[in-house]
Ligand binder design. Structure first.
Ligand SMILES: Cc1cc2nc3c(=O)[nH]c(=O)nc-3n(C[C@H](O)[C@H](O)[C@H](O)COP(=O)(O)OP(=O)(O)OC[C@H]3O[C@@H](n4cnc5c(N)ncnc54)[C@H](O)[C@@H]3O)c2cc1C
Ligand SMILES: NC(=O)c1ccc[n+]([C@@H]2O[C@H](COP(=O)([O-])OP(=O)(O)OC[C@H]3O[C@@H](n4cnc5c(N)ncnc54)[C@H](O)[C@@H]3O)[C@@H](O)[C@H]2O)c1
Length: 461
């Protein structure tokens, strides 16, 4: 006869992502008994520190440090080993930090709902059931694999996770999708020495950004030797001796490209399959995202969904902010909401990085706003000497300003340090700091922030 172990907790957390672990720590510190269930011992801490932000940004760093005299394969293998060390240390630290708390336990296994207050892990006699008063769903997202003939049979398909752990540097990497993930890996692997082709369905790269900014990014990537093919649709993948042939359509004509590794990077979908959400009475959207209100509560008031799984923007800092909202619901005054978010910045870590916040020029004009646009290539911003000191003068800076109030409505920074500078612009937007105030600011020298002393005088329209 099967026996099961039954446990109880104040709060059950499904998934060890940024939102779930942050909430777990805060709630356990507040005296709540926590059980966090993570499906894989390779994922303590979630996507970001194991197979997402952290390993990819370390690979950006390593690939940009490669010198011409470094043997490509050996340098790559050493870099992957550096990533392995960092991610395994992070994983162990994440596990220990939570599991060593008196009021918190981590269970390893795939969770599924049994009823609105109970989840199960494992099968048969090894089943553990956990009953809790509050449940946080934080199961993240998973890659969308595009429907392309032969894709399931190819032995050369790689995932983004694989590309953080590969032992052998691909000679020819084909990337289907030129979004965040596709462009970051294109830039990384090109700098390690692979030939890289990016097949992007949209008719230009970075279609959500203004054309003048996207075209500078595309020039930089192409200048580094990446083959960018916008307006292309992969139709089939067929393995041949030692590699695979990807056939794609562009302008109604069929073409092929050969690769020894193919990365589908066509988006990620909320990871809800197998959670048995029906048993919990929790609804999902047609795209599989858990339906939540502005306080991240599902239709069951005691069940919340945080991070990628609720269908919001897929960034670690959004998952973190989701945790703040849930913590406020459970321990605070319950006012914090997703609607409080303004000027949320984003960075795609190509080299140099492209960081954006707020409105694009196209969006501002579509809204009929009275705007001024400041734009200048990084190399021409005299106040910006830091780019010369580190020998990276490529890029462009663009600001959308409210012509009546002098407030910043949006910015696109394609430059070294963009991932840092954009946070200051975001803060300026949140606090209503004007372009004139930023122009008059006193900044360290040489720094990228110094561009503010000059950029707002470069009005182009
Ligand atoms: C290659 C890559 C690079 C990225 N780079 C950046 C970046 O630079 N900056 C940035 O902000 N964002 C980046 N992101 C996005 C970022 O990683 C995600 O938005 C973020 O990690 C989502 O966190 P989360 O809290 O939603 O869940 P996750 O961190 O995804 O955690 C979910 C966890 O749930 C577990 N799980 C799933 N189903 C179950 C189940 N049934 N039972 C138990 N456990 C389960 C999973 O194993 C996983 O550990 C990147 C993503 C990728 C893939
Ligand atoms: N630096 C970061 O913050 C970072 C880095 C990596 C990933 N992420 C997160 O992960 C999410 C997923 O990344 P992603 O790049 O997979 O998704 P994405 O939505 O950013 O980009 C997908 C791209 O694939 C294209 N596409 C879709 N179907 C296609 C097809 N059949 N053929 C060719 N192109 C196709 C789309 O036009 C789009 O440009 C991102 O949206 C982002 O939120 C963030």
């Amino acid at each position: 006869m099967d026996t099961t172990t039954s446990l109880t907790a104040d709060v059950i957390v499904l998934g060890f992502g940024k939102g779930g672990k942050t909430a777990a720590h805060a709630l356990s510190n507040a005296g709540k008994r926590i059980i966090l269930i993570e499906q894989s011992e390779d994922m303590y801490g979630g996507t970001c520190p194991n197979v997402g932000c952290i390993p990819t940004k370390m690979l950006v760093h390593y690939s940009n440090s490669r010198r011409l005299e470094d043997a490509a394969q050996e340098f790559f293998a050493n870099s992957i080993e550096g990533v392995r060390k960092l991610t395994s240390a992070g994983r162990a630290a994440n596990f220990k930090a939570l599991d060593s708390k008196d009021l918190a336990t981590v269970i390893t296994g795939k969770a599924r709902f049994i009823d609105p207050h109970t989840v199960a892990v494992g099968e048969g006699k090894d089943t553990i059931t956990v009953t809790g008063s509050t449940i946080l769903i934080n199961t993240g997202s998973e890659p969308i694999v595009p429907r392309i003939d032969g894709i399931d049979d190819s032995e050369h398909l790689v995932s983004s996770s694989d590309l953080t752990r590969l032992q052998k540097l691909p000679e020819n990497l084909v990337i289907i999708g030129g979004g965040y993930l596709g462009l970051e890996f294109a830039s990384i692997y090109r700098h390690f020495g692979s030939e890289v082709t990016v097949l992007e369905a949209a008719d230009r790269l970075l279609p959500k950004e203004d054309e003048d900014v996207a075209s500078v990014a595309a020039e930089i990537l192409a200048g580094d030797g990446i083959t960018l093919i916008p307006g292309s649709f992969a139709t089939s993948i067929e393995d041949v001796d030692g590699g695979t042939i990807v056939t794609y359509m562009k302008d109604g004509v069929s073409h092929t490209v050969r690769g020894d590794a193919v990365l589908p990077a066509t988006g990620r979908k909320p990871a809800t399959d197998g959670l048995n959400l029906e048993a919990a009475g929790v609804a999902v959207t047609p795209r599989g995202a858990v339906v939540v209100d502005e306080h991240l509560r599902t239709a069951q008031p005691h069940i919340f969904a945080l991070g990628d799984v609720n269908g919001g923007p897929q960034f670690t800092y959004i998952s973190l902010d989701d945790a703040r909202i849930v913590i406020d619901q459970l321990l605070g005054d319950g006012k914090r909401s997703v609607k409080d978010r303004v000027a949320v910045p984003k960075t795609v870590f190509i080299t140099p990085p492209l960081a954006t916040v707020g409105l694009t020029e196209r969006e501002a004009r579509a809204r009929g706003l009275n705007i001024k646009v400041a734009r200048e290539n990084v190399a021409n911003i005299v106040a910006l000497r830091r780019t010369y000191t580190v020998e990276e003068t490529r890029g462009v800076m663009k600001f959308i300003l409210d012509a009546d109030t002098d407030q910043i409505l949006g910015a696109a920074i394609l430059s070294i340090d963009a991932q840092e500078v954009i946070n200051m612009i975001s803060l300026a937007m949140q606090q209503g700091v004007t372009a004139t105030a930023l122009t008059n600011g006193i900044y360290t020298h040489p720094s990228t922030t110094e561009a503010f002393n000059e950029i707002f005088t470069k009005i182009v329209s």
